[in-house]
Design a binder for this molecule. Sequence first.
Ligand code: URA
Length: 290
Amino acid sequence: MTNPEQMLADLEWQIAMGADESLGETPGLVNWPIKPPKPSFSRRIDDSEIRDSAPFGNETTIETKGSPESFKYTSIQAYSQKPANLAPESGLSFRPKARTVEELRDELQKFEGCGLKTTAMNLVFADGNPEAPIMFIGEAPGEEEDRKGVPFVGVSGKLFDRMLAAAGFSRQNVYISNILFWRPPGNRTPTDAEIASCLPFVERHIALIKPKIIVPLGGVAAKNLLRTTEGITRLRGRWTTYTPHPDSGLDTPIPCLPTYHPAYLLRQVNAKRQAWNDIILLKKRLADNN
Ligand code: URA
């Protein structure tokens, strides 16, 4: 029989791993094979838990017990099912073979290389018009997106829709996806390994959509697409170029305009003006293209 201290530690661990709701009446239905050491993590702030007192931003994390490093270790050990997929020098050796967007979605459904899949409810692939000239790329699905399997349908998604509408766009004439295709448990910050496992799919996604313009929303998207360590405040509002990965099947660079993540704008209302300037730049470039 487990002692109360042990039970409390188990519960803490579950909460730390993002188990924020009970899905069944009977405990212990899922017997995780590996129990990581101590609950410790930093996590993204979910749309659904915006609090006035919380520091907010897409790169903001809430520190809880333990060090982020130990959580990184924990999550890679416990959830990355196929670390063997990782090529020693440069991310993944695995490359999706899909020739259409539908095939890519199917391939992701079968992909076992990202541990987030084991804790998420749904694959969150994309929304909008695959023929659209602009492809927006966010960070990762939150709770609402995970439930519905659609990107940007939570609180920040609502703001994003309003931004689109103000600029004369809608989901019918833009395309939307994320760097991560599954929700990180408890909306924690995705690990490098999780991002690396999804990135070849993102790159293939871009190659299949071939948008005229890519708009990374927030630092995680911007840094990973542009392969830079520069922060979003420096990257946003400046035209740059997305250089496709040589194995993605695309050989033409794509103009890229990073901007703030809508979740950041919900907290930093002053940044909305800058985001609006970015939208104007975007519209101007589109008009010049036509
Ligand atoms: N934040 C994101 O980056 N993507 C979503 O789909 C939802 C919230």
